[in-house]
Design a protein. Sequence first.
Length: 383
Amino acid sequence: MSNISLKSPVGVNGIGRIGKLLVWMLSGRKEQEQIVISTGREIGKSLEDLATYLAYDSTYGGYDKFLFGFQSGKRVEIKGNNIYLNGVKIVWVNDPKCRVAGNIPWADNGVELVFETTGKITDPTSNDDNSLRGHIRSAKKVVLTAPFKIKNKGAAMPDDAVTVVGGINFDKYDSSKHNLISNASCTTNCCAPAIKALVDHFGDKFISYALTTVHAATNSQAVLDNVPKSGDKDTRKRRSILNNIIPTTTGAAKAVIEVIPEIRELGIGSQASALRVPTNTASIVIMDISLLGEYDDDYMNDVFKKYSEKNPEVMKFSTEQLVSSDVIGSPYSTIYDSLFTHRRTSKRGNNSYTMFDLNFWYDNEFGYVNTLLRLYDMIAGRH
Ligand SMILES: NC(=O)c1ccc[n+]([C@@H]2O[C@H](COP(=O)([O-])OP(=O)(O)OC[C@H]3O[C@@H](n4cnc5c(N)ncnc54)[C@H](OP(=O)(O)O)[C@@H]3O)[C@@H](O)[C@H]2O)c1
């Protein structure tokens, strides 16, 4: 039984790329009468500036057009002192005190579940005012739109915290126990379903995988080169995303093992890296895997066909020659590119091995926000 009502107002802390799209989608579904957003600061000079920010989008082309079509009419309105999106009231918390999570009056506004989207608060072990636990002094549960990061490396994951990914381990969520819930990263949501399908199918014949995400730009990057901050470890992050392919790290390898512990149990080798590229959204995971035995492309395609039929909201099986802009606006966690799959077989002693190159697309913004909605539906007991 869920202790979160689908009708109660949802809270969103931070309205950057993920927070704003989440507000779009929640108001588009119109299941709550109000959504509470906290920015902990003013936006521009007036309520109109916030309304304009919410109404237009350089990537998806604007709220009305994207959600309801060109001729839908204006669905972002100001009535009195409030903005309404599709008739849903947006309660805006802009008090500077509320930059600190523990000061946001979620309960006063009826909020039971908060999405923490600022990217600044990620440690489930912290009990400071400005922590995930700060939110649940007033709300009941908090969903982190990123992987948990424990600052004190020796500390254990608390019992009330869990990482869940759709298509893999929603069954690990226990409503009576878990109040801090991480939805992992967009890259983990893209590659983990594929790895789960491979682990379940090949078991101990699955030797290793290496993945590279070629990832669109995010606001954590610099538009033009800027001066590295004091103590910056990865100064490449300060290089211009307009002009570069920027190698960086990803926590995906670790996060995938967290949600698929069989990887460790079976001793499957894993590695992950990332490249940031100058596109506004839509990314691809290139996954090279090694298997014991000989398999052809049709065999591999069949593994993902079956997985996608069992998990139709999570994985799409594509038979089209996609490029990244084709997946902008895709709601799937991952799109398997069956036309791209290719392999080579080798022999050592009496054993044959097959190395496959597999591609998985994802809209790192909109696709990820849809993974959040599926998680929310699960927590609120819809499925
Ligand atoms: N973008 C993606 O593709 C993607 C995909 C999956 C997950 N994520 C994760 O989702 C999180 C957000 O990513 P994003 O791309 O949406 O980042 P973003 O565009 O930078 O948005 C973060 C927003 O949070 C606000 N903020 C920061 N501190 C705040 C505070 N104390 N109170 C209220 N608002 C605050 C920032 O505004 P101010 O100017 O007020 O600081 C900013 O607008 C990150 O953890 C990221 O890793 C991102």
